[in-house]
Each structure stands twice: as C-alpha cells, then as structure tokens.
Design a protein around this ligand. Structure first.
Ligand code: SAM
Length: 390
C-alpha cells in the first residue's frame, strides 16, 4: 500500500510536466514513425530491427502501437528510403511534425471530458504544439494530406476533422493544399496513439505485387511470397556485399528477392525441375542465375564458397517432397550442412513447420530470434534466425 502512495503522485507529476512541455526542435526532427503491415506485428518488428541494423541505422524505440513503431534516430532520409525499399512489411516512414504524446494526450482528455472530439477541439490541441510544423511549412508551399486509421482506434475522432484542422493551419501559414501532390505529403495515422508526420519514404508495394507467384512463368503452391522472402532476408541482416545461399530454393522465391536487393545469390535444390523453373524465373526478371545448381542439401558446401547467410524455406512435410526421407533426418542433415556452409558469425533465417526441430541444433548454431506466424487455421509457420558462433 505504502509503495502505491509514494509512486502514484510522482507519476502524476511527471505526466503533467510532459504534457506541458513541447520537445525541442532538435529532439523532434529525430522522431520517426514507421507504418508496418498488420499481418504479424512481431514479425514486422523483427524485420525492421534486422533491416535497420544491416543498414547501420542507430535507433531507440520510443513507443509501439498497432502497425506503428515510433523511434528516435538521426538517420538520413536516404537511409529511410533504403529501409522502405528493402523490407517486406514496411508501408511508409514519416518524420513526426507534431509530438504524438501531446496530441494523443490532448485528444484523450477531450474524449474523457466531452465523449467526442470536434473540429474546434482539434484546432485547440494542434495549435498548442504546432511550432515545429509551422517552421517546416515555411519552406514547403504545396502540401498533400492523407489519413489512415488502424484497427478502429479512436472512433470518437474522425481523420477528416484532423486533416481539416491541419489544412486550416497550412493555409493560415501561407501554404497550399494540393490533394494529389505526392511530394510533401503529411500523413495522419490513427493507431493507439495519433501520429502526424511528413512522408520520408514509401515501400514499392506495386513492384512487389508484380512479382507475386501468379505473375511468374514458373510457380507452385510452395512458392514463398516476395514479402515473406524479404522478412527472412532482413531477419538475417543481409547486406549488399553479402553472398547468400538457399539450399532448398524450389521455384526461387527467396533468391529472386535477394537478387533484387543486389545481394550475391546462390541456390540449390534436389529437384532438377525446380532448378530449371528458378532459372526461367530469373530470366523473366532479367537477373543473373550463374550459381544455381541441382544438389542435395548435404552437398551444397562442396559446390559453393562460404556464405554470409543461409536463407531458406525447407520442406514442411506437407505438399513438398522430401524424397521419402523422414523430416527429422532431413532437418538434422540440414543443420549440419548449414554449419559447414556458413562463415563464422554468419546467419541463417528459415521457416520451420515446428519449433521441435530446433532440439537437434548443432552447438555451433545459436538461436537468435523466433516468431510463430499463423498462416491459416491449421498452418503455423515459425520464423527463426540463427547465428553461427565463431
Ligand atoms: C518448401 S519448398 C521451397 C519453396 C521455395 N521457398 C519457393 O519459393 O519456391 C522445399 C524445397 O526443398 C526441396 N528439397 C527436398 N528435399 C531436399 C534435399 N534433400 N536437398 C535439397 N532440396 C530438397 C524440394 O524439392 C522443394 O523444392
């Protein structure tokens, strides 16, 4: 009881101070929020962290809301563009223009007091924290505006009235609203917090859509989607100068995305039909396929140089063939082979049908992260990243 009495007043005082003080300009220019896909929040987070680490971005996570991660970082706009280009789950990256803590706090207090939030309330809230936004406006005259609501959050406030209030602020400061100008786009994202920011980078969702299975000359139901292939590549923190191998390449889903990222690509599969199909897909996308060979997973280390990463999606024992081999035996041989293939410090990112397969992990492979992702009612995939000690 005593502890509650001591802690609560201190927290209340701190919260009060925070609400009154707008963070300095310098602090706020470093506040970035990242909008991610809603498929699997943990997987998106793991991918983002891997991509930022591989790109050399220093960051500190400030808060996480559904489909939005807010971080502090001094990374350049070019680096954020690289993150949006290389990831499968990032949708857009924004620099905060209004401090989300002040905005969200103001809106929450209005809801508690009035039950709903009107245009005048929003106007009052945003004008108390519009200093940095007005400075930003001074050098940008044509502004586009959009709002995105995630998972029905903050139903009491409409995105349209927030946009209307920002629009009023823009025109009052000599700016012009251009609803279809993609440059200088201001986005309002309503999640567990409310975020307003300038768009720095947008993922090429359309480019990725065009590489989906149905648009390739060779694809099968086993083909891994471009997005999930990217997630694996980022979990392994793959860099441009790296060489990667997929020893169960199938139709080439992972290899195609790795090649698009400019990584050195090597692939193999037991089934010659898969290797021919992968080559056909590479030709279709005008990519080089010199290092793609037919071989058993156990022999791959004989064919290729030592790798920085192994990125793979081995048979699940469902629709994909193991050539009659028991799954346990195939996975045991696979892990032994991965140890031989990887350089010391190299990583392996893969999808497992069951976490039980990790019980056979050789001593050299250390589990770094694992996320279970339900694909549909009867299918759970486990995304795992391992690092070879050395
Ligand atoms: C799940 S599929 C890979 C799908 C792939 N990610 C894609 O996008 O098409 C697994 C692949 O492992 C191959 N395979 C099965 N046993 C193998 C073995 N012992 N060595 C190498 N490849 C094997 C199968 O031929 C199949 O293409």
């Amino acid at each position: 009881m005593k502890t509650i009495f001591v802690v609560l007043p201190i927290m209340t005082v701190l919260a009060g101070v925070d609400q009154l003080k707008e963070p300095s300009l310098k602090d706020r220019t470093e506040s970035i929020f990242i909008h991610t896909s809603g498929d699997s929040p943990t997987l998106s987070m793991l991918e983002l962290v891997g991509a930022m680490t591989a790109t050399g971005i220093q960051y500190e996570i400030v808060d996480i809301s559904p489909q939005v991660v807010r971080i502090r970082s001094s990374a350049t706009e070019d680096l954020w563009k690289m993150i949006a280009r290389r990831t499968g789950h990032v949708i857009g990256i924004y620099r905060e223009l209004f401090p989300s803590k002040l905005l969200t706090g103001g809106i929450e207090r209005t809801i508690v007091a009035n039950g709903e939030v009107h245009f005048e309330d929003i106007m009052k809230i945003i004008s108390t924290c519009s200093g940095y936004f007005c400075e930003w406006l001074a050098s940008r005259k044509k502004i586009g505006l959009e709002s995105i609501r995630i998972q029905g959050s903050f139903r009491e406030v409409s995105g349209t009235i927030i946009k209307k209030a920002i629009g009023k602020l823009i025109t009052a400061n000599g700016g012009n609203l251009h609803l279809d100008v993609p440059k200088n786009l201001v986005a309002v994202i309503i999640s567990r917090n409310i975020y307003i920011g300038e768009q720095l980078a947008l993922a090429d969702r359309e480019g990725m859509r065009k590489r989906r299975n149905q648009f390739r000359p060779f694809s099968l139901p086993i083909t891994l989607s471009p997005n999930l292939s990217r997630v694996l590549l980022n979990m392994a923190r793959v860099e441009k100068q790296h060489n990667i191998l997929d020893p169960f390449c199938g139709t080439g889903g992972i290899l195609l995305e790795a090649a698009m990222m400019g990584v050195g690509v090597y692939g193999s599969d037991l089934d010659p039909k898969m290797i021919n199909g992968t080559k056909e897909n590479f030709s279709f996308f005008k990519l080089d396929y010199r290092n793609i060979e037919v071989c058993d997973v156990e022999d791959a280390y004989n064919l290729f140089p030592k790798m920085d990463a192994v990125i793979t999606d081995p048979p699940y024992g469902r629709s994909t063939s193991t050539g009659g081999e028991k799954m346990e035996e195939l996975y045991r041989r696979m892990f032994v082979s991965i140890v031989k293939i990887l350089k010391n410090g190299g990583r392996c990112a893969m999808i497992l049908p069951s976490m039980a397969h990790l019980s056979d992990l050789p001593d050299e492979l250390i589990l770094e992260s694992a996320v279970s992702h339900r694909v549909h009612r009867s299918l759970v995939r486990h995304f795992v990243s391992l690092i070879k000690e050395g």
